[in-house]
Design a protein around this ligand. Structure first.
Ligand code: NAD
Length: 353
């Protein structure tokens, strides 16, 4: 396997392979681009079937963080790390401390946070070996989901303004897929703004609560994307916008928190061809990372929720800029977002020192 010739390599500045025989740690840290500042990105623990699979994942994810941080206007670059192993059976404090030492060895070029398979407690174990952590309670920001939901709400409003020409959400119909940590906060904001909600979740209790609390209409999980509503808000799964679901959509706007909503790059063009305005996922769901950037560990100042949420609200302005660019250049919004991000970071910073 060549890392330099890997299809996802994309001029990464640094890829660090770490092994600790005492704890069994096998980890990779990838720094894609640090021209805006130190790389910030989560650590994922996953039972990859091969080292190649782990390399592909870390390279893809760390590149994504460069784009996300650039469009969220954060003073951070893109990086990510993976621990190769089963999160159910292989975790130990010693393993995460070894990971902390690996992060420390980069001298602050990478800030680690939680991700799939890695909890806040695991990051706290890393923090016993390194100060270069983010997203732990000591930093002050806490659970990122309310900030993510606030960003989605602000982004949804900007999308509705652009596509439907209205600022007032009273009477707006929104179909929300997924009533988890983000989806239910989003519903609360939408309900408070006067929107009518259609909701679906595999968890029947969450649906019942939404019906009671917000007068929402319950819809079967496999039908929520087909509901006739002005906005479809995917807040559950990835790859939800694909060649089967896109022809079935009955909305003007797609704006939700789920990661990797487009199954393929072409699906961005398919949405454009149908006249549906798509809020690029990594832009609209950046509220959590924006909030984390205000933590004392990263900002150097005490966490200020009002300032953090005001920063999150700027996601709406960024989306409006992306939509204008997409129209001018006749591009799908997903491609316009990438283009705008690329204007906001410079070529890779030399890491040879
Ligand atoms: P969560 O696990 O709390 O909630 C997901 C919800 O979706 C659950 O209630 C689950 O039952 C439901 N669900 C799963 N499959 C479904 C289906 N087929 N139909 C309907 N509902 C289904 O997750 P979350 O933190 O709310 O995140 C939601 C999405 O947003 C994920 O894609 C996540 O990666 C993304 N995201 C979350 C954050 C954050 O701050 N939590 C930040 C950025 C992106």
């Amino acid at each position: 396997m060549s890392v330099f010739a890997h299809p996802e390599f994309d001029a990464h500045e640094k890829v660090l392979f770490g092994h600790d025989p005492d704890t069994g740690l096998k980890a990779i840290i990838a720094l894609h681009n640090t021209s805006r500042g130190p790389a910030l990105g989560g650590c994922r623990m996953w039972a990859y079937r091969s080292d190649e699979e782990a390399v592909t994942d870390v390279l893809r994810l760390s590149r994504g963080m460069t784009y996300k941080s650039a469009l969220a206007d954060l003073p951070f670059g893109g990086g990510k790390s993976v621990i190769i192993g089963d999160a159910k059976t292989m975790k130990s404090e010693a393993l995460f401390r070894a990971m902390g030492r690996l992060v420390e060895s980069l001298g602050g070029r990478y800030r680690v946070a939680e991700d799939v398979g890695v909890t806040v407690a695991d990051v706290e174990a890393m923090a016993r070996e390194t100060d270069y952590v983010a997203g732990i309670p000591a930093g002050g920001a806490g659970d990122p989901s309310p900030a993510t939901a606030w960003g989605v709400f602000c982004g949804l409003k900007a999308s509705v303004r652009h596509r439907l020409g209205r600022d007032d959400l009273r009477g707006l119909t929104v179909a929300v897929q997924g009533l988890g940590a983000v989806g239910r906060h989003l519903c609360a904001h939408l309900h408070a703004a006067g929107a009518h909600l259609f909701v679906a979740d595999l968890n029947e209790q969450a649906v019942r609560q939404a019906v009671e609390a917000w007068n929402a209409v319950a819809v079967a999980p496999d039908e929520i994307h087909t509901v006739a509503a002005e906005v479809f808000a995917p807040c559950a799964l990835g790859a939800v916008l694909n060649d089967v679901s896109i022809p079935q959509l009955d909305c003007a706007v797609v704006a939700g928190s789920a990661n990797n909503q487009l199954a393929t790059l072409q699906d961005g063009a398919a949405l454009k061809a149908r006249g549906i305005l798509y809020a690029p996922d990594y832009v609209i769901n950046a509220g959590g990372i924006v909030n984390i950037s205000h933590e004392s560990q990263l900002s150097g100042a005490p966490y200020d929720k009002a300032a953090a949420f005001a920063h999150v609200a700027r996601i709406g302005d960024t989306l409006a800029e992306i939509y204008r660019l997409a129209e001018r250049a006749d591009l799908p919004t997903s491609e316009a977002a990438d283009r705008l991000a690329e204007q906001r970071f410079k070529p890779a910073v030399s890491q040879a020192a």
